[in-house]
Structures are given as C-alpha cells and as structure tokens.
Design a protein around this ligand. Structure first.
Ligand SMILES: [Zn+2]
Length: 467
C-alpha cells in the first residue's frame, strides 16, 4: 500500500510549509514539492492519492494520559481499548498511553498481565502503557529494570493521593525514584496532598455537605501546589526525571517555576478541560458530577496561567486524563460527592478543542499546538521520532485537518462510550477530515476504516532527559 498526500500545509513544531508526502507501507518515504509518478530519483507511484489543498497536515496526536477499561471506585471506566482508541482516532489522536495500576500486595507483572488481557487485540489505534506503582517494596524494585529494558514501559506513575488504594508515601517515592533513574526511566506523578484532601473530604461529609461542589472545595489549590513542589524537590534530590500529570493551577505552576531554579528535570502536563472549563460548573447541583475529576476544575485566573505556561515552555503537554463514566455510574455519588467516580470524557475532543480554543483564538501558534499535542508527548515518553512528527522514516500517523469547518460537540454524535459530553453544544472551529495510522486510512469523512486489533502496543525507549 502506498499513499500520496498532495499539497497539504505541513505543520511540525519548527516548520510550516506546503508539500506532498509519500507513504510506503507504514512509514513516510518522501516529502517534497510536486512529487509525482516517475519523478527522477523517486519511485512515487501511489495506490491512493489524497488532495489536501487548503488543509492542515500534522502528526497524529498523542494523548499520554488516558484510562481505558480501568477498575476504579468499584466500577470500570466506560471506554474499552476498542471504543476509546477508536474515538481518539476520530478526534485526530493516533496513539494513547494508558495506565496499568498495580494492586497493593501484588506484582507489577500481574497488573500488566491483567491490562494486556483487556487491551490486546482490542485496540483500534496505537497504544502504550505507563506502569502505576502503588506498592513499592523490595519485590517491586526488582521488576523496574525489566519493565524499562524488556517491556518498553519506561514511565512509572505515582499517586501522592488516594490513600489506601493508590497512594505511596515519600519514603517509597524516593526509593522508586532512585531505581527508575538508574535504569533510564521517568516518574509521572499525581501531585496532590492526599492527607489534606482526606481530612477535608471527611470534614465536609461530617457537616453533611455532600454535593459535587464539595468535591471541589475538598481539593483547594494549596493541596496541589504543596505536593507539586515536594515532588519536584524529591526529583531534584534523587536526579530522577519527573512528569507532573494534569497540573491545573497557578499555585502549582508557580511551585514548579520556583523549583526549576534548583535545576531538576521536570515536565508538566495540563489537560484540555483545565484550559477551557472552570469551577463555576460545580454550582449546577448534581449535574456538576459530570466534571468531578481530581484535581477539580479551577478558576479563570488559572486558565490564564496555564495558557501562558504553554507559551513559556513550562507546560509541555496538553492531554485529557480521559476517564469516562456513564451517567448511571456517576449517580453512585448522588448522595455523597466522595462516591462519584472521578473522571470525564475528552479523548475524542482534545485536538479539536485545543485547535479551536487555542489556535483559532490566537492563544497559541500552530507550531505550539503540534508541539504540545503531538511532538512533546513522543519526545518525553521515548517514541520520537517514530511518532510525533512528519519526517522521512517516521510512522505515517497523519491528520488532515480542515481549519475552517465548524461543528458542534454532542454526546449524540461522539464516538466515546459514554452517554453525556462535558462539552455538549460547544461550537468548534476546525475538524479532523482524514487520519492515517501507520499508512492506513483510519478515519475518512467521519467514518472509521480500520477494525479493532489494528492498534499496536508501542514499546518505548528510555526517556529523554531534555527536550
Ligand atoms: Zn489520570
């Protein structure tokens, strides 16, 4: 199979030009002006030609923070690896990184086996895993090297919150950092102060303050700022590269900015919802449960800080923390906010929302857009230059995007397996038209052309310490 994409405006973090892309098999084999059959020195004979005139052409999006088919709070997130990666493709995301969660008292390997049993043969788009270490002990320690060197799983997630199920203490954190650093990996962190949050949750419950608003009020900005700085300091002490997931607020970003003076390697991710939604949504009685996630949505001033952080290069990635639950699942917490499954659906909407709210509204440039949505996740997590760019030899994961087409987001038309949208009625400028995954046309004019099982597990390299 070969494909020739003609006359698209190709965008990468450091380039913006109009050219043709020739794809043979799974990878890009030539990029140039006016490529055509029989051209000297090139064997450009395509089975299929796509006219991309007037379209933007960028690398397939990478969402490094998704939770598919994940057991959590007594239920499972409602997108499987099939429905979640398919929805991602519809929205221009060709690769996702999902989280495997160790069960406390059990091995990392048994958790991986469990996730493989659900993901293998089911994914439509490409995927990888982070390994969440929830119980770091002498046995876990012995498994780290194997995961980095043999399994191609080079990033390890830690939780500074969710005590009793996922949280590790600082002693475990330091031990894990030393081991991960030694073998060339990276630590992802959910950086909020679990003890402070547990205290506030209990206090609100005792006071019979049980609506979704109190989910928000139980996780004030300081809980995130404190933990972010503590994490960065521990990373600085051990020399282990770190990556703060879903950073939401000014206090936490300032803490990172502060600690950056101390010369550590830390990357920062925010998620699309924190850039465009705010905490006023929690005032809608139980409907606010749609946006119950941790950390919660913040204030308008925090949105400004995050957009600025992207432009300053301090926020490196825009992900989703996609973790959908059906409305019926959210109702588990109707009488008590602490029982609402945490998470919201966005895997399909990230690329279009970030374009519409960021590029079309002049908050970020097109180059920056590709950098934070496609290229940086590949670089930070050891998939570059196979993924995350448009270059000769790279996987032909390509999005052909109509920058002018307007559409409206709705649960009635989205492809995620969830019966509401956090963005219902949202008017968006710019739409994904065609998506190629490893040279195959995956999405074309709102139809999926590939089947479950097409998505491959992507083994990742040791982690780059600088990008
Ligand atoms: Zn998450």
């Amino acid at each position: 199979m070969s494909v020739l994409i003609k006359n698209g405006r190709i965008i990468t973090p450091d380039a913006d030009y109009t050219a043709d892309i020739f794809i043979e098999g799974e990878t890009i084999s030539a990029i140039g002006k006016n490529l055509s059959a029989g051209q000297a020195g090139l064997n450009v004979k395509a089975n299929k030609e796509i006219d991309a005139s007037g379209m933007l052409v960028f690398p397939g999006g990478i969402d490094p923070h998704v939770h598919l088919d994940m057991p959590f709070m007594g239920t499972f997130s409602s997108d499987t690896h099939e429905t979640g990666t398919r929805a991602a493709l519809f929205g221009g995301t060709t690769t996702v990184i999902d989280f495997v969660l160790q069960t406390q008292g059990k091995s990392l390997q048994s958790a991986l086996d469990d996730w493989n049993s659900r993901a293998k043969g089911n994914a439509v788009g490409d995927y990888s895993f982070h390994m969440a270490v929830t119980d770091f002990n002498e046995n876990t320690k012995k498994e780290i090297k194997h995961f980095i060197e043999e399994e191609g799983i080079t990033s390890f997630k830690t939780f500074m919150a969710y005590k009793g199920a996922l949280m590790i203490d600082d002693r475990q954190m330091i031990g894990l950092m030393e081991e991960v650093k030694q073998h060339g990996g990276l630590i992802n962190v959910h950086a909020t102060n679990g003890d402070m949050i547990d205290y506030l949750v209990q206090k609100h419950r005792e006071e019979k303050k049980l609506s979704p608003l109190y989910h928000y009020l139980s996780q004030p900005e300081v809980t995130e700022a404190e933990a972010s700085e503590r994490f960065v300091d521990m990373g600085n002490y051990t020399g282990c590269p770190g990556y703060i997931v879903h950073l939401t607020c000014e206090g936490a970003l300032n803490a990172v900015r502060n600690a950056t003076k101390r010369n550590q390697h830390v990357f920062v991710e925010t998620c699309i919802q924190y850039l465009i939604l705010d905490a006023s949504l929690y005032e809608k009685d139980f409907e606010g449960a749609k946006w119950v996630m941790s950390p919660p949505l913040r204030e308008k001033k925090d949105q400004k800080t995050l957009w600025a952080g992207i432009n300053q290069g301090l926020v490196n990635v825009v992900a989703t923390d996609h973790c959908p639950f059906m409305w019926e699942q959210k109702l588990m917490g109707e009488k008590d906010f602490s029982k609402i499954p945490n998470g919201h659906p966005a895997i399909e909407n990230r690329m279009e929302l970030l374009y519409s709210e960021g590029v079309a509204k002049n908050k970020i440039t097109l180059n920056k857009y590709v950098e934070v949505a496609c290229t940086n996740p590949a670089k930070i997590f050891g998939m570059f230059p196979r993924k995350g760019t448009i270059a000769v030899g790279s996987d032909a994961d390509i999005v052909i995007f109509d920058p002018n087409k307007k559409h409206t987001i709705s649960a009635k038309t989205h492809h995620m397996n969830v019966d509401y949208s956090g963005y219902e009625g949202w008017e968006v400028t710019g739409k994904v038209k065609t998506v190629l995954l490893r040279g195959e046309i995956a999405i074309d004019n709102n139809e999926c052309k590939i089947e479950k099982g097409f998505g491959k597990f992507i083994k990742r390299n040791k982690v780059a310490q600088n990008i």
